[in-house]
Design a protein around this ligand. Structure first.
Ligand SMILES: NC(=O)c1ccc[n+]([C@@H]2O[C@H](COP(=O)([O-])OP(=O)(O)OC[C@H]3O[C@@H](n4cnc5c(N)ncnc54)[C@H](OP(=O)(O)O)[C@@H]3O)[C@@H](O)[C@H]2O)c1
Length: 345
């Protein structure tokens, strides 16, 4: 499935993608408009450099369209666009098959293709029934040729197992997984490995907080941070706070210097070396990190590195994936649940 060191991951049925996926959420809160042409150019440059896979969503404003414009510049199949299907929370009770089909048709139209490569389904509230039926609907759309592969996002161990027990061909689960967020290690990764589901990891760089530029910098004020950094500042706080993060960054930098890479490269490499992880999704508002991200395919962490990282990242998050975010506390309070009507911006 995943020979280590390789830059591609073969999913199933002669479909493969890059193990560092360009994440599109950052574009939904970046200035688009006149910037769109530049973004299309930069994302095309990523494809030319071998970063051929994009992660977008029906709720990321304007981003499916940008990925579609990029894909249209290349031969069919050369670019992979993974999107998400995220029904509004208020619509979950009574969500109909026709609603889901309309959402899929919307993605097809915005990306400008006849079949979606991968649709990752999200369900805000498992206390509301309907998620298994919804996946059956999406599977029928897959059989009808509108979707190539089915995936989910933020599904915990029990719910993912229930989908697989129902015979649904779920190939991927996109979850937060990083040196800071170890929740997939508490059961999910094992189930994925046993049952052939590939994990796609986001948050590997904690929105950027695993990068060089935050070393020696005071804890930022949330005002002025983008939505991703606001989200991951909460994760940093959960994991011992800013001072502890500074210590961890120094360890990352020491390991990075040994391999001639940057701290972020070590954080991404660590995730890529986890069993069950097919790819890291790294936020890409342009191509300015291209050279640094390219280096993650040119080295491997050795046992000394793993020992240092385990020693200095002792207090990572544990529990079920997306558990904190589903509760009513501060992690949940920054979520936007009704984005179909007003996509993320
Ligand atoms: N399914 C979900 O619920 C969910 C949730 C969140 C995200 N996602 C997906 O995951 C993607 C990743 O987003 P994320 O929020 O988790 O952020 P992330 O990937 O942890 O961090 C991304 C940020 O890190 C910085 N960066 C990238 N490469 C770097 C490098 N080599 N060195 C230093 N800094 C680097 C960039 O910031 P600068 O450009 O400012 O330097 C970039 O915006 C999103 O775009 C989205 O596709 C999915």
């Amino acid at each position: 499935m995943r020979p280590d060191g390789q830059r591609r991951y073969e999913l199933a049925g002669s479909y493969d993608f890059c193990r560092v996926i360009n994440g599109g959420w950052q574009l939904s809160f970046a200035e688009q408009g006149q910037e769109t042409a530049r973004i299309v150019e930069e994302w095309s440059g990523l494809v030319e450099a071998g970063f051929t896979t994009f992660d977008v969503a029906d709720i990321y404003s304007g981003v499916e369209q940008i990925a579609g414009r990029v894909a249209a510049r290349f031969s069919p199949g050369e670019v992979q666009v993974h999107t998400k299907c995220v029904p509004d929370r208020s619509l979950l009770p009574g969500l109909r098959a026709t609603d889901l089909e309309a959402m899929i048709d919307g993605s097809l139209k915005r990306i400008g293709v006849e079949r979606l490569d991968l649709v990752q389904f999200h369900w805000w509230d498992f206390k509301v029934d309907g998620w298994i039926e919804s996946l059956h609907t999406l599977d029928r759309l897959r059989e009808a040729g509108k979707i190539r592969h089915l995936g989910v996002t933020n599904f915990d161990t029990a719910r993912l197992s229930a989908l697989l027990d129902a015979g649904l061909p779920v190939r991927t689960n996109q979850v937060q997984y990083s040196l800071l967020d170890r929740r997939p290690d508490d059961g999910l990764a094992t189930v994925c490995r046993r049952r052939g589901v590939a994990l796609l990891a986001y948050g590997t760089l904690a929105g950027g907080f695993m990068g060089e530029r935050w070393i020696g910098v005071p804890r930022p004020d949330v005002d002025g941070l983008n939505r991703s950094l606001v989200k991951y500042l909460l994760i940093v706080d959960e994991c011992g706070g800013w001072d502890a993060q500074q210590q961890r960054l120094k360890t990352l930098r020491a390991v990075a210097e040994k391999h001639g890479v940057d701290p972020a490269g070590v954080a991404v490499r660590w995730v890529l070396e986890r069993a069950s992880v097919a790819a890291a999704i790294v936020g890409a508002s342009g191509a300015h990190h291209l050279e640094r991200n390219e280096r993650v395919f040119r080295f491997r962490l050795d046992s000394e590195d793993h020992h240092a990282l385990e020693r200095d990242f002792p207090d990572g998050l544990r529990g079920e994936v997306y558990g904190l975010e589903r509760e009513s506390g501060r992690h949940a309070s920054i979520m936007r649940y009704e984005l179909q009507q007003a996509p993320d911006a």
